[in-house]
Write a new protein. Structure first.
Length: 413
């Protein structure tokens, strides 16, 4: 391989790998030195210079002057040494140039192959670092291939993966179409970095809103929490650091233009923008919107939310979605009760502490009930009409009147 061929090879590799020629020369030097160490032993010392313009390669071995040579890559006889340096003596160390032909075409080709491998490895490392920096950001690519378990997205220098669980069910994917997605994981693999994308991640929604709402980018409006049922509905809690700025209005935009752009990108996913509050009960009430809340009571680590009976289905939502999203958004346990059910719960709690003797029933009737194990108003109200009729021999109409009488007595005391 002559100098011109070497120069062309270096230039070609640099162009294909998109790296500087100087960098290619440095890697080639390392590969040639490694080849010499393999040939003459690990103790071999070598120095290589490469001119990238002419392709000239000069190889020098550091050799010790000895009487008898055991390793031609590390030692030189006194006679040979004195040809170059007449004053050379046994024990001296010399820098001896060896002809390129002595390396051989195979050695140079092997070094160039190693060079390509190292450049590939360096390129993989560079891509890994580049996309590791993009983790947590939105990227745009082109759908390259649609499989049963994943979609392959071309990002230019690399292919990324959009797994089934990270796809919106409402999306319509087609080969060749552009696609936006959120980078949530980057893995190092033997064949290069593997980038994982998502369109279902809550942070994808956060980043989309930040793109559309300048106040979020500027930090005037903060996104405090996000809860998503991807492709169906999301709730986003926002707050403003400037009392003059309406955080909900900023996110929605004039004639809903900002939020509509986000909804369009998410293939019609409904988005509720909610004003955050540090008062958790106020926050819960807002999170359950559009339902109206009558009262919120904390019981241990659960918040009991009482709503008008006609608002119950709205508060719960289809398949419990609204209350689930509200719970996720506020990071609390929420139980929704109708007003009528809550009043009945309060009544029964009181009834459990109310002796049957004090409910205002006739003594004979009380005796019969006590004989059947009824000790409190709760026990009486918890019995069915049929069970009370069997114990007391009273009619259904009379029993219903007595039950109402007991409720009134418990409620007013």
């Amino acid at each position: 391989m002559n100098n011109k061929e070497i120069a062309n090879l270096i230039a070609q590799i640099a162009r294909i790998r998109n790296v500087d020629i100087t960098y290619v020369c440095e890697i080639l030097k390392i590969s040639l030195v490694a080849g010499l160490k393999r040939r003459f032993g690990p103790g071999t010392e070598a120095d290589v210079t490469i001119n990238p313009e002419t392709g000239e390669i000069r190889v020098f071995l550091i050799k010790k002057v000895v009487d008898r040579v055991n390793n031609t890559g590390q030692e030189i006889t006194l006679e040979e040494a004195q040809i170059t340096n007449p004053s050379a003596q046994i024990g001296d160390v010399m820098r001896v140039e060896i002809p390129l032909d002595e390396l051989g075409r195979i050695a140079i080709r092997k070094a160039s192959d190693e060079l390509v491998l190292k450049l590939r490895e360096a390129e993989r490392d560079r891509l890994f670092e580049e996309y590791s920096r993009k983790k947590g950001e939105i990227v745009t690519g082109t759908i390259q291939r649609i499989g049963e378990r994943e979609i392959i997205v071309n990002l230019g220098l690399i292919e990324a993966v959009l797994l089934n669980r990270d796809q919106l069910k409402t999306d319509h994917y087609r080969q060749g179409l552009p696609i936006k997605a959120y980078v949530y994981k980057v893995e190092k693999t033997p064949i290069g970095p593997r980038v994982y994308l998502s369109r279902t991640h809550p942070e994808f929604l956060r980043k989309l809103l930040a793109r559309e709402v300048p106040e979020i980018k500027e930090g005037v409006v903060e996104i405090k929490a996000i809860a998503r049922t991807p492709g169906s509905r999301s709730k986003v809690a926002v707050a403003s650091t400037d009392e003059k700025i309406d955080p909900i209005g900023a996110c929605v935009g004039y004639r809903k233009s900002r939020i509509e752009n986000v909804i369009k990108e998410l293939s019609g996913e409904k988005i509720d923008i909610i004003q955050w509050s540090k008062d958790i009960q106020v926050f819960i009430a807002r999170a359950l919107g559009p339902a109206k809340v009558s009262e919120i009571i904390r019981e241990g680590d659960t918040y009991i939310v009482i709503v008008p009976d006609e608002e119950f289905s709205i508060a719960i939502g289809k398949k419990g979605q609204n209350v689930w999203l509200a719970s996720l958004l506020t990071n609390t346990k929420i139980e929704v009760l109708k007003e009528s059910d809550y009043r009945n719960r309060q009544l029964m709690t009181r009834a459990g502490k109310f002796p049957i003797q004090q409910v205002g029933l006739e003594e004979e009737l009380i005796a019969k009930l006590q004989g059947a194990g009824v000790k409190t108003a709760y026990d009486f109200l918890n019995l069915s009409v049929e069970e009370i009729a069997r114990i007391t021999q009273l009619s259904e109409e009379t029993i219903n009147t007595l039950r109402q009488q007991v409720r009134d007595k418990v409620w007013t005391n």
